[in-house]
Design a protein around this ligand. Structure first.
Ligand SMILES: [Ca+2]
Ligand SMILES: [Ca+2]
Length: 404
């Protein structure tokens, strides 16, 4: 092996070890996850139901502009005035102005546990943001004896004078807090009617809690705007955290968004070769860790989804894994051919992925390799696509239609 090959191999291992799935207690190391730097993203393949037979386009129908460098960005949301809020995982919120590429810190954020996959997480605008500045943030909070868990808080963004958050209060917590620093989930979506929010809650790399309705790990929860369980949830009559749960059997759902018809979609980090896009239906069990189209790290078998097994199968799945970081449904003007489709960012897959949505069905459509781990996908006010790269040397990218 040449020195170059050795160095390349070393860098691939380092990249893989820092992938979206850091090793944690009870979980084999992430180095067995296929590296996105080594070859094509395979989108299902012949054995992959729900994603078969679609060849990725080779040409890119968009041009990419690097707008600004920003370390460890995690989520992004645009404001009505065209600026955007961006979280940085170590615990900083910034106001980003695309017109100037200016980045201004926004004080008033919580103290976060920045470790492993944890830190400051999602930021989304509340349904009445335009009148009251209300928004939702998620982050990881410390518990007793070295435990941690994701929380969601509500705050007011003040843009008079220097930008700042005021009145931050925690409205929801993962229960129980456990050891480890992985699989928090903690992405947020506001329902189209503006009356509830949905939060993804990862299983914290503890496996079985995803099948236990007595905790809210490994589930999607549906909450009133104040964080209390929303009326009409599948197990509302059981009270406690069980009353929050919308669906369960999830591993690490890192993307969630509604489409224009009101269908709720998620992207989920599966085990080795089992990443998913799911249609989130109330009361359904999505199977983790009982069934998965992937296998445990190291290859130990997990039964695949099968008709009649009682578990909700994914709409799209990936083997090898692409590590879906985020999911956004496009509704803009610049790419009218993609209106109504979902975009997924891929970490180990180092790609932007389009999933065609048609009613309750989802089909893998395009995989554009970008050579960088993609943490977040957003839509700008003009219909441009915005991406956050992952990691210390990350950048904010803007995508517009290619000329010609
Ligand atoms: Ca976002
Ligand atoms: Ca399997």
């Amino acid at each position: 092996m040449t020195l170059v090959a050795l160095l390349l191999g070393a860098s691939l291992v380092a990249c893989s070890a820092g992938a979206g799935e850091p090793a944690a207690t009870g979980q084999p190391p992430a180095t067995s996850r296929p590296s996105g730097t080594g070859g094509d993203v395979r989108t299902g393949g012949p054995s992959a139901s729900g994603s078969s037979g679609v060849q990725p386009l080779l040409a890119r129908p968009f041009s990419v502009t690097v707008v600004v460098a920003l370390a460890h960005p995690w989520s992004m949301t645009f404001l009505p005035d065209g600026r955007a809020l961006v979280t940085q995982q170590p615990g900083t919120l910034v106001l980003f102005d695309p017109a100037t590429a200016g980045v201004t810190p926004v004080p008033g954020v919580p103290t976060v546990v920045y470790a492993g996959q944890g830190g400051l997480g999602d930021v989304v605008l509340g349904p009445t943001f335009a009148s009251d500045g209300g928004l939702y943030l998620s982050w990881v909070e410390a518990g007793e004896a070295g435990t941690a868990g994701a929380v969601v808080g509500r705050a007011t963004l003040r843009l008079d004078g220097s930008p700042r958050l005021e009145g931050l209060s925690v409205i929801w917590r993962q229960e129980p807090k456990v050891s480890g620093a992985g699989h928090f989930g903690h992405r947020i979506a506001v329902a189209p009617d503006g009356r509830t929010i949905f939060v993804t809650s990862g299983e914290r790399q503890k496996f079985d809690p995803a099948q236990d309705l007595g905790n809210n790990l490994g589930s999607i929860v549906r909450l009133d705007l104040d964080g209390s369980p929303a009326p009409g949830n599948p197990w509302a009559d059981r009270g406690g955290v069980t009353a929050q749960i919308w669906s369960y059997g999830h591993r690490n759902p890192l993307g969630i968004a509604f489409d224009a018809a009101g269908n709720l979609w998620s992207s989920e980090m599966g085990p080795q070769g089992g990443d998913e896009v799911n249609l989130l239906l109330p009361g359904r069990n999505y199977g983790w860790p009982r069934v998965s189209n992937g296998s445990h790290y190291g290859g130990a078998d997990i039964p695949d989804h099968a008709p009649g097994d009682g578990f909700q199968a994914p709409s799209v799945w990936w083997n090898p894994s692409i590590s879906p970081s985020s999911l956004m449904v496009y509704s803009g003007a610049l790419f009218p051919q993609w209106r109504g489709d979902a975009f997924v960012g891929a970490l180990s897959g180092e790609a932007l992925i389009r999933v065609h949505l048609a009613g309750p069905t989802a089909t893998l459509a395009d995989v554009w390799k970008l050579g960088r781990r993609i943490r977040e996908v957003e839509q700008g006010p003009d219909g441009s696509l915005w991406l956050l790269e992952d990691g210390a040397d990350a950048r904010i990218l803007r995508l517009i239609p290619a000329v010609g």
